[in-house]
Design a protein around this ligand. Structure first.
Ligand code: ATP
Ligand code: MG
Length: 332
């Protein structure tokens, strides 16, 4: 009788080593009231630890305790806020450089009346963008099992050689790559960034787009055509995030798996996608069934939007279990 051998999973298992994220570490400062400009003097809250890659890895570390961050902060309190938070949430921070010359990166955000966001980023001219392949980076990558990249990180030119080298080392030992396009209209994606993004897609095992990012990532119009094109390029799994409409997991040749969002009162949407991704990758690598992975990811995204501050609502596995037990799903 033929034995039922499980198909190899799409992400490297936990045992291969930590999930590593390379990218920007920022503080976020939020206007207290909504409005369409940031021209007038107003009241701000923060600083909150932030940066999409840092939020992702914080959520991943909180669930799995098997996560590491590569990036840079300045030798200032904004940097210390991030180091302290990530370390407290089980993220290995040994790959984070403290830059003596540049301040920690920042994002000022004001919600507009229609719910969209207006950002002022200081990334390119801050410590956040000061990447180099160093001994500390090399040691973290030598231990790693999986790499996660946010597309927004590609606006920092120095990150590319670090990503390329890390990817080569990881893939040669059976490691895997997840990519969240995380396109931001305030950031400029020139021809070189687009080429690099396309090269990352070729190496991506798991893609985590939201809304129109799916078609942008594929550079193909239409949801189905975009999915097929990405599968042909070697992407193994695509999880489309749909905000309060939940999420859908697509695998080539299989029926899509839908997950309903949790019904919550949204107070601050920033970080939902990053928390979703951090929980998804952590749980997928832990070998949980796909529906459970989606449930944890939707819970992490939903829980995070109930709190002010992009990283304030990340959850441990037991916090997410409690949230799942006490929160209704939309449409149920
Ligand atoms: P980000 O703004 O962080 O880039 P994103 O656009 O990448 O977010 P979203 O689709 O907004 O990603 O959110 C990710 C997931 O979080 C959703 O699939 C959903 O499960 C959950 N989520 C986000 N917003 C809400 C909400 N208002 N109510 C319930 N769940 C939500
Ligand atoms: Mg996003």
């Amino acid at each position: 009788m033929a034995r039922n051998i499980p198909a190899p999973d799409i992400l490297a298992p936990e045992a291969l080593g930590p999930t590593v994220c390379i990218g920007e570490i920022l503080v976020e400062i939020m206007a207290k009231t909504p409005g369409n400009t940031i021209l007038d003097a107003q009241t701000w809250i923060g600083p909150f630890p932030s940066g999409a890659p840092a939020i992702f890895i914080d959520q991943c570390g909180k669930i799995s305790g098997n996560a590491a961050m590569i990036g840079a902060v300045g030798n200032d309190d904004f940097g210390r806020i991030n180091l302290k938070r990530l370390a407290a949430d089980n993220v290995d921070i040994s790959g984070i450089a403290v830059d003596p010359d540049y301040p920690t990166g920042s994002a000022f955000v004001r919600y507009q009346k229609d719910g969209s966001r207006k950002f002022i980023f200081n990334i390119a001219k801050s410590a956040a963008a000061r990447f180099a392949w160093t001994d500390i980076v090399s040691r973290v990558i030598a231990r790693a099992g999986h790499l996660h990249i946010m597309g927004s990180a590609l606006v920092m030119p120095n990150i590319w050689p670090v990503i390329e080298k890390a990817l080569k080392i990881l893939k040669s030992k059976g490691g895997t790559l997840s990519l969240d396009p995380n396109l931001r209209s305030e950031l400029t994606y020139d021809r070189q960034i687009q080429t690099r993004f396309a090269r990352l897609i070729e190496a991506t095992d798991l893609l985590l787009p939201s809304g129109a990012e799916l078609e942008c990532a594929a550079a193909v119009k239409g949801e189905n055509a975009a999915l097929q094109s990405l599968f042909q390029r070697g992407v193994k799994e695509i999880v489309l995030k749909r905000g309060a409409q939940g999420a859908t997991c697509f695998q080539s040749g299989k029926a899509p798996v839908n997950a309903l969002a949790f019904a919550v009162q949204e107070v601050d949407p920033t970080g939902a996608g990053d928390c979703f991704g951090g929980a998804y990758v952590a749980c997928r690598r832990m070998g949980l069934p796909l529906t459970d992975v989606l449930t944890y990811a939707c819970a992490a995204g939903a829980r995070n939007v109930t709190q002010y501050g992009p990283m304030e609502g990340t959850g441990t596995r037991s916090q997410l279990d409690a949230f799942i037990q006490t929160t209704k799903r939309m449409g149920k």
